[in-house]
Ligand binder design. Sequence first.
Ligand SMILES: [Fe+2]
Length: 181
Amino acid sequence: MKNYSTDPETTGGADDREAMSEDLHDLFLDELADLYNAEKQLTRALPKMVAAAQSQELKTAISSHLQETQQHVRRLEQAAESLDEELPEKTCPAMEGLIEEASELLEEQKGKPTLDAAIIAAAQKVEHYEIASYGTVRAWAEQMGHDDAAKLLQETLDEESAADEKLSEIAMTSVNRSGEE
Ligand SMILES: [Fe+2]
């Protein structure tokens, strides 16, 4: 009597794993597309933060992260290319929300000594969202053996973390001093 389905060690388990890996691949691409849109939204939003920033140090930090962000967009394209895939069109509502909140905050803080502190707070929320997202897709890429994609995603993750640390550093020094004035 043939009964393949009752042996969990062989057929069922292997099928489940195959289905899981296909689903994970789709989920991975979906998350890459989400990040692709998020990064593109950011390339349009960061110049507004640069313009609004009061201290030269903060302007410089955000400008240099804008250049990195343009590179992040390209790395996501390269990650997809390394898998012979194209990134589907998608909107990242989380980044839309973060940017909308940042715009409102900048408007409210206009002319106040706390403006730079507010810009840093908004920028760090964006960085933390990106760090969480890149950490996840990098881990999935490794899990699926997509080494080239994993390497590209790690490079971006390192730049997001460095940008976040730089913002913390600026917050600890100049911004806090001007807030006390
Ligand atoms: Fe980025």
